[in-house]
Design a protein around this ligand. Structure first.
Ligand code: F6R
Length: 365
């Protein structure tokens, strides 16, 4: 049932504040402002490293998770798309832990990667939406994302719930490993707890602007997304979302890679979507943006209030989100990315919930 919405994808985008709240209530003790024991079903304290594998959007959630586990828990992360991971014959130690991220819990390559790690003696954690799935069944610990059924083929609420769970696990791992103090944990958890409310506000705030911008995007043949730090996987997720439902060619790049190739593509016909919260990478990303502007590129700048105030560059559009803490910024910045792809596809008249050639669950290699 789509309720008041035109498509399941739209419904699922707007469900995010509610389902993230469910997800968080499983991993967070809101009264104590701490991560709950549910997040420690894997012994991250004893782990010497973490292997992560997944496909598509779930892989991009894992890539953001890598930044968090390494920064907050000082746990080295080895991550790859499952179709490569399963055949790389990478050396693994039983002292490492492994996480497999899958909405459906049935993705063939992710399952094969899981079995490879299991054969190597690693402890296996599954970050899944479907708790009765094969991947969940074959794991030592299941971390449900509690997103509820996701019908739209393009993943939206599962992605942000995966992120909310990974953020909780990384903070919990940091506590267990002593790299995050109890004093650091409290504000981080408070920011997580505030996230659903901020998401509702942002969804309402940006909807009209996203709908307007989608008319511009629908005229384009190619779109480039740029970001640094956790905004880099988000840039790839933005490109993936746009290409799979609107069929517009899009690529996501690390902002610093611009001058190593993609800058040759810049002209007035290819919009460049720059994802840049006002974080420790902001100035660097803005200088990359300057290189785009200097070559006549049209910029769609997705930033926050501090970022909008700090940059004087001319843009085709600036999407200004509220200032939020960096632990929740990937989830908040997912919203304009999802809505832009959604409205562009609607404007172009594609089959948004059932894009051509794609299946919701990929159970063959
Ligand atoms: C993109 C998308 C796919 C899935 C991928 C993995 O919007 O939905 O890229 O993320 O096929 O699927 P799961 O998470 O079921 O393993």
């Amino acid at each position: 049932d789509k309720g008041n919405h035109r498509h399941f994808m739209e419904k699922e985008i707007y469900e995010q504040p509610e389902v993230i709240s469910h997800a968080l209530s499983h991993y967070v003790d809101f009264a104590a402002n701490t991560i709950s024991p549910n997040a420690s079903a894997i012994d991250f304290k004893a782990a010497t490293g973490l292997a992560i594998s997944a496909c598509g959007t779930a892989y991009l959630a894992g890539l953001i998770g890598k930044y968090w586990f390494e920064r907050y828990a000082r746990l080295p992360v080895e991550i790859d798309v499952a179709s490569e991971f399963r055949y790389r014959e990478m050396p693994l130690q039983p002292s490492q832990a492994a996480l497999f991220i899958s909405q459906s819990g049935e993705t063939a390559d992710t399952l094969a990667s899981l079995r490879y790690c299991k054969d190597n003696g690693l402890k296996i954690g599954a970050v899944v939406n479907v708790r009765e799935s094969t991947i969940a069944r074959e794991s030592d610990a299941v971390f449900p994302i509690m997103a509820g059924p996701e019908i739209g083929v393009a993943s939206t609420k599962a992605f942000t719930c995966q992120l909310a769970v990974l953020a909780s696990l990384a903070i919990g791992a940091g506590r267990a490993r002593g790299t995050i103090s109890a004093d650091d944990e409290k504000p981080m958890v408070r920011h997580l707890a505030e996230m659903p409310r901020i998401m509702s506000r942002v969804l309402n705030l940006i909807q009209p602007q996203m709908e307007g911008l989608s008319r511009e995007l629908s005229k384009c043949k190619d779109v480039l997304y740029l970001g640094r730090g956790t905004s880099f996987p988000l840039a790839m997720e933005g490109a993936l979302k746009l290409k799979e439902i609107s069929y517009i060619h899009a690529e996501g790049y690390a902002a610093g890679e611009l001058k190593h190739g993609p800058i040759a593509l810049i002209d007035e016909n290819m919009p460049v979507i720059v994802i840049a919260p006002y974080d420790r990478f902001f100035e660097k990303t803005v200088s990359n943006m300057q290189e785009v502007a200097a070559r006549g590129g049209r910029i769609i700048f997705i930033t926050d209030e501090n970022g909008a105030a700090a940059s004087k560059l001319p843009t085709m559009a600036t999407i200004t989100l509220p200032n939020v803490d960096e632990i929740i910024s990937p989830m908040i910045f997912s919203l304009p990315i999802q809505l832009l792809a959604y409205h562009t596809a609607v404007f172009m008249g594609t089959d948004v919930d059932q894009p051509r050639n794609l299946a919701k669950s990929v159970t063959v290699e």
